[in-house]
Design a protein around this ligand. Structure first.
Ligand code: SF4
Ligand code: SF4
Length: 242
């Protein structure tokens, strides 16, 4: 695209970014009319919903400004009500009540970005999420109307392994299964940590043996979460049998 612009407009400087520079992309997207920032804090496009990627061409060209997109959440509060951790918090009135995402309460942040031990208070709230959450996008009516992509790049590559399989993975098997996918971002340690927490929250007795096996891991973070999960699971089993 930049080549076409250069051909039409001559020489000018450009830098292309796709989540690769410290830019608040959704703010620019909103101002350029691509969509509005919903109560779930995502950019929402009227046709595409919020499951989209934002890319930018920074340029030295002097361009005419577009108009910001209108706010179309209306009185909807589905995402706020559906968030299991109350991570969408009000920040004041803009166009309708404005909300911010408190990352310290967000399952996506805990399960993907947070390295090392999860706060004790977060573990039960993680439920059985292994990587990300996005409930606040799943429930958004604008995503229900959006078309599902048929692009090959976005089709599932591997059948998703079940919890038993991922709990027994070696670091090499993790790399083989999740290398070059977004899941790689958690690294082996973070993923196994999340697996232990999910098994603890599941209430399923069959996971106890696997969790005991995870306590043999050489990684103290995995051991810590496996021990937490064993205690949690035993409590849940006891309650279900009482
Ligand atoms: S990703 Fe999940 S936890 Fe985070 S704000 Fe959305 S619904 Fe809440
Ligand atoms: S669920 Fe409702 S309030 Fe939340 S972002 Fe979508 S339209 Fe806006």
């Amino acid at each position: 695209m930049v080549d076409i612009l250069h051909k039409d407009l001559g020489a000018f400087e450009t830098k292309i970014c796709v989540d690769t520079a410290p830019l608040l992309e959704r703010a620019y997207a909103h101002r350029s009319g691509l969509g509005w920032i919903g109560h779930n804090t995502c950019l929402i496009n009227q046709q595409l919903g919020s499951w989209l990627f934002l890319g930018e061409v920074l340029t030295s060209l002097s361009l005419e400004c577009d108009n910001p997109a209108a706010f179309r959440c209306g009185s909807c509060t589905r995402c706020i009500e559906a968030c299991p951790t109350d991570a969408l918090v009000p920040t004041g009135e803009l166009e309708g009540p404005a909300y911010a995402l408190d990352s310290n309460k967000c399952i996506s942040y805990w399960s993907i970005e947070l390295k090392g031990s999860l706060p004790e208070s977060a573990r039960a709230m993680m439920g059985e999420h292994l990587f990300g959450c996005d409930i606040c996008q799943d429930v958004c009516p604008w995503n229900r109307r959006a078309a599902v992509t048929k692009a090959d790049e976005f089709q599932p590559r591997n059948a998703l392994p079940n919890l038993e399989e991922v709990a027994s993975m070696t670091p090499e098997e993790f790399d083989r299964c999740f290398g070059d996918t977004p899941v790689e971002r958690t690294r082996y340690r973070g993923f196994l940590r999340n697996v232990a927490v999910a098994m603890g929250n599941s209430g399923k007795e069959q996971f106890l043996e696997l969790l005991y096996r995870m306590t043999d891991s050489p990684d103290p973070v995995i051991v810590e979460h496996a021990l937490w999960a064993i205690d949690t699971l035993k409590d849940k089993i006891a309650v279900s049998k009482s």
